[in-house]
Design a protein around this ligand. Sequence first.
Ligand code: MN
Length: 249
Amino acid sequence: MRILISNDDGYFSPGIAALAEVAREFGEVTVVAPERDRSGASNSLTLDRPLTVRAASSGFLYVNGTPTDCVHIAITGLIGERPDLVISGINDGANMGDDTIYSGTVAAATEGYQLGIPAIAFSLAVKGYEHLDTAAHAAREVLARYVRNPATEPMLLNVNVPGVSRDRLQGLRTTRLGKRHVGESVVRSRSPRGDTIYWIGPAGEALDSSPGTDFGAVASGWVSITPLDVDLTAHQRLPAVQNWLDRTI
Ligand code: MN
C-alpha cells in the first residue's frame, strides 16, 4: 500500500513524525507537508505564486504552500505513483464539530478524497503533544482495521484521539460532528508602531457534546471517528427554498 502523509502543523512537527512511523508498518510512505504551521488554512489552494518543494534531512518533502497544495501537487504530478491512501496529522489539537470547516488537517485529507483516494485525518484532542503515543496507538488501530477492510470507494474519515494515557483509552467509536459555541471575540491590541491589530479569538467550548457526537466520545475517553462528505447542499432545505424561489422570469 502506498500512503501519502501531510498535515497543517508543518513538516517538522512531532505529530507528523509519529504518524509516518506508524504508517511505515502498513506500506510505503511519502510525506509532503507545509514548510510552516498552516493551521486554520482550510481547503485553500495557492494560485497567485508558484510553489517550491524541498527535501528535509528526514526525507520528508516540504512545500511553501497550504496542506491542500501539498496533497494536490503530490497526487497530480510530484510523486511517481498514485497513493492508495492519504492520511493527515497527527494534529496538535482537536478538530471536532465546526473545527472541520477551518482545519488544514482535515483539508489535507479532504484533498485526497476529492481526488478520488480514501483519506483519514488524525488529531490529538489536546494541544502540546502530551499523549502523542496514545494518538499514535489509535492511528495504528484505525489503519490496521482499514487494511483489513479497505474502502471499495473513496471515503473520508475524521479521527480525534482523547488526550489520555493509553491505559485510559476506551476504544474506537463512530460519531457525528458535534457543535461548538461561537469562538471568543477578536482580541484588539496595538502594534509597537502604533497600529491597531487584531488576533482572531480562540474557538468556543463544546455546545453539542451529546451522546453520538465527536465531542461526547472524546470527553468519555473514546477515539472519535466521523465519516465526512463534501456535499454542502442543505438537502432538507431544498423544498422550502424551491417554494420560495423557483419561478420562470
Ligand atoms: Mn494544526
